[in-house]
Design a protein around this ligand. Sequence first.
Ligand code: OAD
Length: 248
Amino acid sequence: MNTGFSDELIRRLRAAQRVVVLTGAGISAESGVPTFRAPDGLWSKFKPEELANMEAFLRNPALVWQWYQHRRDILETVKPNPGHETLAEMERHYPDFIIYTQNVDGLHQRAGSRRVAELHGNISRCRCTTCLQIIQEIDRGQDGIPMCPCGGMARPDVVWFGEMLPEGMMEQGYRDVAAADVFMVIGTSGVVYPAASLATLASRSEAYCIEINTEPSALSDAMDAVLIGPSGEVLPALWREVAPQLHF
Ligand code: OAD
């Protein structure tokens, strides 16, 4: 783990008023949620084109639901880790603090974070493919597929390949990044767009850009500080150095 935090890094975090964070699967890894692109990650066992798109769902909704139900079952057994908890703590200190997450696991909110923009949706919610409403899961039809009262099949309320992100969320993200003093990107390979464009925009803005990852990512070269190590250890260690000096 990188414990030698530079003076500039600490100074920028102490002086910041507006902080924007982009998180990916890596922040939940220490909770026991599998990431996507690790050698043993989700995409090594499953093909995105067979599971995470509308055509796949219409072809075999039961298979797609089995995969999402498997991931939901994992979430029942896990809890937020010190990385999530530190971000929730940071939100309480900064006047303006927001997390943009690619994760659908809800662990930031469970850790106490309040301003969380879920770029890729939330796996615990269902949406009807016919009337498009978010629905409560009451009826499970044949093959374990939740059905909407309107008679339509429900799908997980997550963003699939080829789909748009929730309306207006990226635009708000670009505005937040443009106004940020500090931008942090944590636990993402940085290869999925448009989410990763928040980081590329940040690197061209005034914001001081910090990355936390167990290994260099596609975004590392554009960052001002790259902290190599598990976010559940690096974030609390960093915050312990920054927090005593904060005066709001
Ligand atoms: P990836 O699996 O692509 O990347 C996870 C990143 O987390 C890697 O860069 C790891 O090095 C890093 N990592 C692993 N353990 C870590 C730890 N303990 N602390 C810090 N970093 C750690 O996951 P994402 O970048 O989130 O999209 O993937 C982006 C999107 O691709 C997902 O939201 C999903 C997927 O397809 C959709 O489903 C739309």
